[in-house]
Design a protein around this ligand. Structure first.
Ligand code: DAH
Length: 377
């Protein structure tokens, strides 16, 4: 077969190839290792220089035209295949979106967001601290020395002593002195951390997880608190009462929230006050609002608070003659239960998807003061 007829034959067959597989077979037949064009190329080596001069360009031109024809046909076949695919696949954009599993915002997260929104409006920043805390921040600096009876009331989860030994030697503490580690029993250590890190004035809330070795219908080993701390000059109990009243009215979205301050005791506050909120019996349900002393009303204990103890200010490295403050701590889970009428604390942490679907909130339900911090779900 002459080079010319091989060429015209090849181009004809390539143009007629119907699909990618047929085309690939032709490529192998002509350009493969054993292919006829490849065989021609090999003959160049045995030719005389004169012969090579006339035959060489023809053979190279043949290879080029076969290569080009294969590429052109491949493009045409691919385009036709795409065309066919597009014609056979239809997408109806007017159909409703398929039902997809959707998560919801846990009531605890929702309430924390609501609290952050309310307190941001009052000029409070959000502070955080570690859940694995040391003894000093959780107790000692909050005016609860080693032997303080209040420590026993906290049902603390301690870490094994050995875990902390290496730690303290490298810190600023005396070498060899043990730095006992624990799961924080309250958010109050964030008070200390914030004052130590930032000095005064301070205006923060600190929401987060806390842990106590306690478990029954109303207690879980892990629960949530939110701490509030204001340190400034000339702070007094009136500031505390106004702040709590403003916060609780905004949170429960009722103007008739009435507070009762009762003298109490916390080592880190002096004086300490426990705050009750008035409720009213509405068809057998306790609804927050109104004077708890009125007929058909009562008081419910809600949170602990007080003026920051001078010794705590000192522990945090500030001068108590210059700086005063108030603090409060309240259970976030309890706030959520009261606001959204949930009765079982344990359900909060069961991870039951049905409970979450019922009590959870839409991610679009962002609490804002202008639209009301209460969620609609
Ligand atoms: N830390 C206390 C607790 O967990 C709650 C508390 C009481 C916090 C009074 C405060 C406070 O900041 O002033 O029981």
């Amino acid at each position: 077969m002459t080079i010319e007829s091989l060429g015209s034959d090849a181009l004809e067959r390539i143009t007629a190839a119907g699909d990618a597989a047929a085309l690939e077979a032709l490529r192998v037949e002509y350009l493969g290792k054993q292919g006829s064009v490849s065989a021609l190329l090999k003959t160049l080596g045995k030719m005389s220089p004169e012969e090579r001069q006339t035959e060489g360009p023809k053979i190279h031109a043949l290879r080029q035209s076969v290569t080009d024809a294969l590429a052109a046909r491949k493009e045409a076949i691919d385009a036709a295949a795409l065309e066919q695919k597009l014609a056979s696949e239809t997408l109806d954009l007017t159909l409703p979106a398929p039902e997809r599993p959707r998560g919801s915002v846990h009531p605890v997260s929702q309430v924390m967001d609501e609290l952050a929104e309310i307190f941001a409006d009052l000029g409070f920043a959000v502070a955080t601290g570690p859940e694995v805390e040391d003894d000093w921040h959780n107790f000692t600096a909050l005016n609860m020395p080693e032997s303080h009876p209040a420590r026993a009331m906290h049902d603390t989860f301690y870490f094994p002593d050995s875990a902390a030994d290496g730690h303290s030697a490298s810190s600023s503490e005396a070498v060899g002195q043990k730095k006992r580690m624990l799961l924080r029993t309250h958010t109050s250590p964030v008070q200390i951390r914030t004052m130590v890190a930032e000095g005064a004035p301070v205006r923060i809330i600190a929401p987060g997880r806390v842990y106590r070795s306690d478990s029954d219908a109303t207690h879980t080993p892990m629960f949530h608190q939110i701490e509030g701390l204001v340190v400034d000059k000339g702070i007094h109990l009136g500031h505390l009462k106004w702040t709590l009243e403003t916060f609780l009215k905004a949170f429960f979205e009722r103007d008739d929230i009435v507070l009762r301050l009762r003298p109490s005791y916390f080592p880190f506050t002096e004086p300490s006050v426990e705050v009750d909120v008035g409720w009213e019996d509405v068809g057998g349900r306790r609804v927050l609002g109104g004077d708890g002393d009125a007929p058909g009303h009562g008081w419910m204990e809600l949170l602990g608070s007080g003026m920051v103890n001078r010794r705590v200010i000192e522990f945090a490295g500030l001068d108590p003659d210059e700086w005063q403050g108030f603090a409060f701590g309240v259970g976030v889970d309890r706030l959520a239960m009261l606001k959204y009428a949930m009765d079982d604390l344990r359900a909060f942490f069961d991870g039951d998807i049905r409970w979450l679907q019922h009590y959870g909130f839409s991610a679009f339900d962002q609490p804002t003061l202008s639209a009301g911090v209460g969620a609609s779900a």
